[in-house]
Design a protein around this ligand. Sequence first.
Ligand code: MN
Length: 319
Amino acid sequence: MTTKIDVNEAAELLLAKDNILILCHKNPDGDTLGSAAALCCVLRLLGKTAAVACHNTIPAKYEYLNIPVYNDEFEVEYVVSVDVAGVNLLGETMAHYAHKVDLCIDHHESNNGYSNYLCLKEDYPAAAQLMYEVILAMGCEITPHVADCLYTGLITDTGCFKYSSTTPLTHVVGARLMELGAQHTMLVEKFFMSKTAKAVKLEKFMLNNLEYYFDDRCALLALTRDVILDIKPEPTDIDGLSAMPRNFEGVDVSILIRPLREEGAYKLSIRTGETVSANEIAAALGGGGHVRAAGCEVIGSLDSVKKAILKEVENILCR
Ligand SMILES: [Mn+2]
């Protein structure tokens, strides 16, 4: 059973606690890392002991967030998860925290209420927008570094204020973070204006290998193990790929399939247009996320995984 709380109650809890561990979701993105980094920094400025833990090593791209990774250096008394919709998203090495999350700060409508307390805003496009409010409610100053962390979450989860989840308030928060010192130019350049050589190779592979289904309303790209071994992309090189075919004319659903480390398991990223719910498609296969962006993990051969997802897409497109 989880108790839903508002921003002020979340702030009160955080102010009352110490020796705090902040958990990110596995395969971390800019939102989970930026929000966690911001909270950790603020807690430390308050003189508290806090650190961040994630199933994966933090990608080099996020080095500037200066995330203090938990190293068993203190006994954890309070566990906070950030941008984590369900315990399965913590990853195996963090699974022992599954039933020990005291507070979850999140923006996923698929959040299944695994924490003691839950501060959730499903209508916020990024957990960072909520974290901004929590930090203000804590009465803490937003330093230029904290502004960088929050701005990272804001732009990465909104496609740089482009996705339909973006609201006037998102722009207000973005503007305020700029005033507080967020390095807008550096961050936008880093995440949206530059591409690594490996990301370009992946894009070329995508253009040559994209499969179309259901009157071309669904575009699917399967990255095979061979392609991954050949190009050797960083996870951050692959991240931008899932949203791209959604922008192609006539495409309502875009699916990216990539192999997981374990043989015979795949991660699916689903992006949809106005008329289709990505969350609904992902939920049918045990995953979840947001209306326009969701994901799931499916076990099986590439062929069977493809069949399974296409069946769900067909159910929704053809009803
Ligand atoms: Mn997020």
